[in-house]
Design a protein around this ligand. Sequence first.
Ligand code: FMN
Length: 363
Amino acid sequence: MNLLEAVWVRRSQRTYLPRPLEEVQREQLGKALAECSRRSGLHLRLVCPQVSPFAGQGRLKGAREYLLLAGPAEDPDLEEKCGYWGEELVLTAAAMGLGTCWVGGTYDREACLAQLEPGETLVCVAAVGVPEGSPAPRPLRPAGELALPADSAPAWFDAGIAAVQRAPSAMNRQGYRFQLRPDGAVQARLSGGGSFALVDLGIAKRHFQLGAHGGVWTWGDGGVFHKAAEEKSCGAVIWRPAGEGREYLLARHNGGHWSFPKGHVEGRESEQETAAREIWEETGLTADIDTGFRRVVTYSPGPGIVKDVVFFTATPAGGTERRQEAEIAQLGWFSFREARALVTYATDEEVLLAAEAYLSGKS
Ligand SMILES: Cc1cc2nc3c(=O)[nH]c(=O)nc-3n(C[C@H](O)[C@H](O)[C@H](O)COP(=O)(O)O)c2cc1C
């Protein structure tokens, strides 16, 4: 499941099994935490305390672990950034099948303050854990109450608003309005107060961006969104049988991260043709590509650009393994467990998990 799909299934989970996260789940969330902390400049951590900060405080039952959403006290956009990046993590956890709940009021704030470094401000936390049961979906606020009327809105604007309808907010207030301007940009303004209004705005901006399929927001009440230019790459999770299971081919890119072979679509290539060409260029192997498995990862490789990466599964069919020196520092075959630990990004780990499940179901 990707983050946009998680927008549709996430809801505040208030009952949890009294069980810690599995180590592999902690590691996968850890990759997203590292990436979000690096990009945001915030202090984002998963905390597993001895005593639950939610015990005896509100409606949360069984929850103990939480995301600490904090950052430099002097950052003027701290609350909004915690909303935006916190929701990225909440959706990552939801995509992993975990339960989550934003918590700004009903927790032991003093206990959580002890986790901060000097000079940091705690904005709020979000409970994360193994869900018990699934809460009923809440009624959605009509799109017309979240978007100011526009003459003819492009489909991406309507899709952005549909994602905003599903954004969590303190007391379910959703105190903001989105307006499509004549120049094609979108402006978001607060329409109400409340102590978490800016956190809610940051959450809603992230949802809008996911629904609209990429773009760049400026921070603040009245911040503006410009739709991103779209790019596309294709690649594959390459595997071969090994013993009882299978091995996966990973590439360490010259930038340092471990991932799967992939690259840009050229000319009028089909997705499958791009994947085959990129595998050949990066690894020297020809491959049989199975399009029965198709997963899309979306990320922003730079300001104003959104990239979809389509992954298939593939098996080597011929050629001689050799890395493309300009792009790849190292190639290696790894067991599922090794590969899972090695891939740098949480999104790639999600693709690997899906591929392993697909291949296990097939064989
Ligand atoms: C910033 C923020 C603070 C919140 N604080 C609490 C809280 O203290 N206790 C709680 O039970 N829920 C809290 N919530 C969860 C909201 O009540 C919930 O997101 C909202 O009712 C919408 O429901 P949904 O998340 O299922 O879509 C908070 C949500 C946000 C975004």
